[in-house]
Design a protein around this ligand. Structure first.
Ligand code: COA
Length: 455
């Protein structure tokens, strides 16, 4: 399919393009010493790597340290949604079906729903789970994107045209739009996946409506699988993964993006499309796929994947930039905030073990455990690492999704399907508090020049 030929440069411009690239590189390069001179907090981080304080929130709390006599000490990670430990929210009951809906209710309204409120809320989500045939045909089926995050952005932006009241940023209207997005994103993601596979790989086009009696997690599995079938454990594990990805404070890249864009007074669809754009990046939501690829590469190339020494030697090669993608990163390890543990990883690991047993993938699970142990040890012993390094949420999520038969193209969209709850809660918090437009400063470090006189 010659989809992108119209984006190629014509021959004339092509020949001058290298020169333009060179000029671009030269004119964009800023002397790194200037950042220190002007005390610029690059990446909005202080010299210890901690985030600069830019806002207040009651939505969630990410805890990674204890303060002992005024000194920060590494601690087991904790994550609280509206004050409740996410561990309790996910729970361990295998029969629980609606924890993502419960978490979304909690994030949006600040309280846990009782049984009846949860039922009503789940019914509302279900009732909004529809996309007109016109939308599917004119938006999702047209120009399908290889990266489904771009497909999500396109669809979310186009929902603006299908909304009779798109620009009203009153709390009631934004709440309505947010619930619509929570409900519709799973369908948009799954349909976009099948549209791309159909037009690109000539695979069957599977467009299945959701079922009213199903939870979000159940509907995702139902829509994805041609036979629509799934086990209780599979749905439960996906439901737990959705809860654990739903929210992570105001400072993470995509949520902060939402605050920035919302503060300008723009519409919900624009703000959410911007957050999806941010989440797409491999330094943010794209890491779970990288973990899966890295583990596959290691299994094929490390020698014996059950041998501790072989695994350790290969991980060392990765760190030395001699293996995998050559970037020196062990994906799924480390976190900007957490130190001794990432609570989401700890919970997901438990579910990964259960699912691996059910699927006969115990050997793979043992391989993950071995890599986690050796990677943490290797990273901790690097001279310049000042804090403990633990596995993060992405370490087991890709493995779990692969055991659920979820295609890799949907890994990052699944993150968006879940994080829409957190983005919506933060957008509403920004609007309720009528924040000022977010407008930091950039210092000009170029020179002023005389404009050349015309001959
Ligand atoms: N592999 C190799 N080196 C790592 C690492 C990893 N997984 N995790 C941290 N480090 C290095 C950092 O690059 C940094 O080195 P530097 O001082 O030379 O820059 C040092 O250890 C200390 O890092 P730290 O301050 O703990 O974290 P950070 O905020 O710089 O980076 C991440 C946080 C998440 C970007 C980083 O851990 C990472 O790139 N991990 C792999 C990708 C990943 O799994 N992302 C998903 C995050 S949820």
């Amino acid at each position: 399919m010659k989809t992108y030929s119209m984006m190629a440069l014509n021959d004339k411009l092509d020949s001058r393009f290298d020169e333009l690239v060179e000029n671009c590189m030269k004119s964009g390069a800023i002397d790194l010493n200037l950042y220190q001179e002007y005390d610029v907090k690059r990446g909005l981080r202080d010299s210890n790597g901690s985030g600069v304080l830019t806002g207040l929130t009651e939505i969630s709390d990410v805890c990674a340290y204890n303060i002992v006599e005024g000194v920060k000490e590494p601690a087991q990670g904790r994550l609280y949604y509206q004050g409740y430990d996410v561990k309790d929210l996910v729970g361990t009951d295998i029969d629980k079906r609606y924890s993502f809906e419960q978490a979304t209710y909690l994030l949006l309204f600040g309280m846990l729903p009782d049984r009846e409120q949860l039922k009503t809320f789940s019914d509302i989500i279900c009732s909004l789970q529809e996309l007109s045939g016109q939308f599917v045909r004119d938006v999702i089926m047209k120009a399908p994107s290889a990266n489904l995050m771009n497909a999500l952005q396109k669809s979310v932006l186009t929902l603006y045209s299908y909304d009779a009241n798109p620009d009203d940023i009153s709390v009631s209207n934004v709440l309505r739009q947010s619930l619509q997005l929570v409900s519709k994103l799973p369908m948009i993601a799954v349909y976009s996946f099948y549209a791309y596979r159909h037009f690109h790989d000539f695979a069957s086009l599977v467009i299945k409506p959701t079922k009213n009696e199903y939870s979000t997690a159940e509907n995702i599995l139902h829509m994805l699988r041609p036979d629509g079938e799934f086990t209780k454990l599979e749905a439960r594990v996906l439901d737990a993964a959705l809860v654990l990805h739903a929210e992570h404070g105001g400072g993470n890249n995509s949520t902060f993006t939402n605050h920035v864009v919302t503060s300008s007074g723009t519409d919900t669809y624009s703000a959410v499309a911007a957050s999806i754009a941010s989440l797409k990046g491999p330094r943010h939501g794209g890491a779970n796929l990288k973990v899966l690829q890295m583990m596959r590469d290691m299994k094929e190339n490390c020698g014996d994947p059950s041998d501790r020494e072989h695994v350790r030697a290969y991980l060392q090669k990765i760190l030395n930039r001699e293996a995998f993608d050559g970037l020196g990163l062990i994906y799924g390890m480390g976190h900007a905030v957490y130190t001794l543990s990432d609570p989401r990883e700890v919970i997901l690991k438990g579910y990964a073990e259960k699912l691996a047993k059910a699927k006969g993938r115990e050997d793979d699970y043992a391989f993950y455990l071995l890599v986690e142990e050796e990677a943490a040890d290797l990273l901790m012993h690097r001279s310049h690492v000042m804090k403990p390094i633990c596995a993060n949420v992405d370490f087991y999520s890709g493995f779990i999704y692969s055991m659920l038969g979820i295609p890799e193209e949907l890994f990052t969209p699944l993150f968006a399907i879940s994080r829409i709850s957190g983005w919506s809660a933060h957008r509403l918090e920004e609007l309720v508090n009528k924040g000022k437009i977010i407008r930091p400063a950039y210092k000009y470090v170029g020179e002023h020049r005389d404009f050349p006189k015309e001959d």
